[in-house]
Structure formats: structure tokens, C-alpha cells
Design a binder for this molecule. Sequence first.
Ligand code: MRU
Length: 360
Amino acid sequence: MNQTSPKRPATLQWVGSIDGHLEVLDQRLLPGRTEYLHIQETESLWQAIKSLAVRGAPAIGVAAAYGMVLAGRSVPATSQSNVLMEALARAATYLKSARPTAVNLAWAVDRMIRIAQSHRGIGVRPLRQRLLLEAAEIQFEDAAMCLAIGRHGASFIKNGMGVLTHCNAGALAASDHGTALAILYEAQRRGIHFRVFIDETRPLLQGARLTAWELLSSDIDATLICDNMAGLVMKQKKVDIVIVGADRIAANGDTANKIGTYSVAQLAKAHNIPFLIAAPTSTFDLSLPSGDHIPIEERSSDEITQTGPPLFPPMQIAPLGIKTYNPAFDVTPADLIAAIVTDKGVISPVHETTIRALLN
Ligand code: MRU
């Protein structure tokens, strides 16, 4: 049910009929190994999302939609509809608890619940099929939204430009194509020549492991830097534009994205470099007035006191017993964002009125 570019393995795909399974590319193993998890139950999917085997806001939304299919499938076909609805409600709460910041997860789960409610009269067996269809639809729409982001954003990239990106907002983070990287793929398709600087993105190295792998396999001129080198490359005038993804955008345009994004935005401002967000409309959360209300996931201290797993045995890089603070995301205020490129068009300047005008 998935489509993907020739050189990239699919991020996730449903295999077979309603009795089939979800295949998820295990991103924890990249770039060393390309292996798929075969997921049959909601619990294993929760684990895959929590442990970042599948990650990136749009991709975890699509994965969670299939998680609702798995939850529905666990209910015997001979049951009453209300048994299925109760199982779905439990699965929705459970899946949402895996990762709190990216709104796409809750967005997809809620859409699955709405579809179940509006079709509950058709009986359990057809309803389970309908859920699978809806999840596939969400996946298809996600890939289409990413392509549209690429089309709307490609004109920001001019010949000879240097682009800086942080984390991985590429095909691996979505059904395909990605958000920030969709813009680069489309610019490349249009014959534009540019160069990309990739922040390694401590602590889990999504830039070094994933974006570097994606851009290399797409023949895009890419250079990996450590996070603390971004200021220098900007000062050396090697960067003309910064483009990153988003996990949740509040009504006023404040944007949560991978930890370190806020620092990059401040550096861009100091060097007079435009800072762009690329995100599908499913990443906006207009119920939150500002970024102060976005829940920020805090992750385990091992991620910053150790290196290595899962490819290598863990190596302790900080003394045992040291206190740690490991927020996975930060919020960039709207006034640092020159434009938000969405599947429906470009929002610029970024504030509540321009956001609501485009989304409505
Ligand atoms: O913790 P991750 O790897 O899921 O964080 C991913 C990001 O922050 C991405 O930039 C964001 O989800 C946008 S992906 C199109």
C-alpha cells in the first residue's frame, strides 16, 4: 500500500489484508542496517513509536492510524459494535501516551475514532475493513501533502544557495518525501544546484544517522556538521536559508520541533538568514493559543549520558550519578520564523491571522 522513491526504502507499509501486519523500517538501526519490524499488536506499535523505531511527526501519525486498525482487529468479528468502540477508545488513549509533542499522532487517532463513530452501524467486520481503508487514506494523503509542501517551497531555493537543516524532516519522518527535505527534493528535480549543511542533532543523531543517509542516497550535495558548528558556518556565509520541520504549531505560529531548533533560529536571526518551517496542515494545533501550551516530551537520561545503542554496546560518556535534563523538543517563537511552508501554500508573515486565513 505504500509508494516510495526508487532509492529509499518505505518508512512503513501495511502488508496484506485486514489479517496482515504493519511493516515499520527500524530507524534505530540506520544507517548501518535496513531492517523492518513486523507489527501485529497495538502494544508493539506503541513500543516502536516510544523507542523511535518510527519517528517524525507525520510518520508517527500514520503509524498510530494503523495502530487503531490493529486495535480494531483484536476484537472478534462476532462482537457488538460497542465492544469495538470501547477497544478503540482505549487504544486511542494508549497510543497518544507514546509521544506527547507531535500533534499528528493525536490528530490521526482522533480521525480514526470519528470514522469508527460515523460507521458504527455497519457491523464489526466491515468496520474493521473501513478502519484499514482510512489508515491507508491518511498515509496516501500524507505523502501527497509532502509533495505539495515541496512544490510550494521549492522557489525559496536558488542556484548556489547553502541550506541548513536540523534533525530529520525527510521521507523517513513521513509517508514519503518529508517536509523540509521535500522542498529540497523538488528543487533538485527542477535542476537547482544547492548545498545542504546537516546538524548532527544530539542526542539521538537524527541529522547524522538519517538526514545524511537520505540526502546521500538522493545525490544531494550534503555536509554533516556538529550542532555547535552551525554558528560558524553561518558567520562564514555558507548558509543562505534554514529549513526545518515541525512537531506542533500553535495558533500564533510558535513552533515545536527537535531540541536545538530554537538555538538555530536565534543564530539565523543574528546572521540575518531566513528561517523557514515546513509542515503539513495536520501539524497545526489551533486549540493552543501559543507555544507555551505545547507539551514537551522529556526523555531518559541514558540518551545523553551514553552513546552507542542499539548498533553498538552502550558506552558511558558522563559520570554515573550526574543530574540530566533531556527535553526532546523546544519551541521557536513565531517572530523568528520568516515563513511556514504548508501543503496549502506559504504563510508569511507568521501570525494568527495569516495562519487562520490559510487553514480556513
Ligand atoms: O524525536 P523525533 O525524531 O521524532 O523528532 C522529529 C522532529 O523533530 C522533526 O523535525 C519533526 O517531527 C518534523 S518531521 C517531518
